[in-house]
Design a protein around this ligand. Structure first.
Ligand code: NAD
Length: 246
């Protein structure tokens, strides 16, 4: 068997970069997919992942055809697409009264529509080969709701409904589908939040600190391992104890 081929969407972002590195270090060939292909960001990414079996492909995960082209291209060039990490995500925060339709649509399309767009194209090949690992990056906001995030929380909660349903449809085919719900992780996404809000959040986390991208990357590596075949339809919270449930 050749090396497993992994796709990580939002692959050059804060969590994405760390997920790409962890999967490559676990022996996967990794394709980082991102909408943003500006030279300076790609150069920084290339520097960060130097020496690892990590490649870049530009695609818009909110666009069904763009995802189809991506999946077909990878399957043709590399022979398979075995691990799909739906990690690309955006926020467009506003209270519902101030949220416009464009903010709603953008967040639903990128955070939730993307799972349909990519799984929709990748599932046939995974089923034919009898192996697949899908990991959807959700959020604690999808479990608890969050002020100013009706769009984001709806998309992230929806992602888990998608996860459980697709898990049922593929459980006998060698495919697992799981989601991860990060709490607050130190990346550009949370770096954009006001310092006093971040301080308040850290104080409310039982672990007393925010998480690191590596905390999420480790969980993706675990769920996408060949040996993790009996874990499907699960949501793994990685949140320092911020939200506990069972
Ligand atoms: P980030 O902004 O650093 O990275 C997101 C990446 O997605 C960026 O590189 C961006 O260019 C890319 N992207 C955006 N729209 C895209 C599109 N249409 N097509 C392809 N790529 C696109 O954010 P991050 O903090 O690394 O977040 C990664 C994921 O983790 C997101 O789904 C986010 O919702 C989730 N998450 C993050 C945190 C956190 O604390 N950082 C917490 C919970 C969940």
């Amino acid at each position: 068997m050749g090396k497993r081929i992994a796709v990580v969407t939002g692959g050059i972002g804060g969590l994405g970069t760390e997920i790409c590195k962890a999967l490559a270090q676990a022996g996967r060939t990794v394709i980082a997919v991102d909408l943003d292909s500006r030279a300076e960001r790609l150069a920084a990414f290339a520097q960060e992942v130097q020496g690892l079996d990590i490649h870049f492909a530009a695609a818009n995960v909110a666009d069904y055809e763009s995802c189809g082209e991506l999946v077909r291209g990878i399957e043709k060039e590399r022979g398979s697409l075995d691990i799909l990490v739906n990690n690309a995500g955006i926020t467009r925060d506003a209270t519902l009264r101030k949220m416009d339709r464009a903010q709603w649509d953008a967040v639903l399309d990128v955070n939730l529509g993307s799972a349909f767009n990519l799984c929709g194209h990748a599932m046939a090949g995974m089923q034919a080969r009898g192996f697949g690992r899908v990991v959807n990056i959700s959020s604690v906001s999808g479990q608890t709701g969050n002020f100013g995030q009706t769009n984001y929380a709806a998309a992230k909660a929806g992602l888990h409904g998608f996860t459980m349903s697709l898990a049922r449809e593929t459980a006998t085919k060698g495919i697992t589908v799981n989601s991860i719900s990060p709490g607050y992780i130190e990346t550009a996404m949370t770096g954009a939040m006001p310092a006093e809000v971040l301080a308040r959040i850290s104080g409310s986390i039982p672990a007393g600190r925010m998480g690191q991208p590596a905390d999420i990357a480790r969980t993706v590596t675990f769920l996408s391992d060949d040996a993790a075949g009996y874990i499907t339809g699960a949501n793994v919270p990685v949140n320092g104890g911020l939200f506990m449930s069972f």
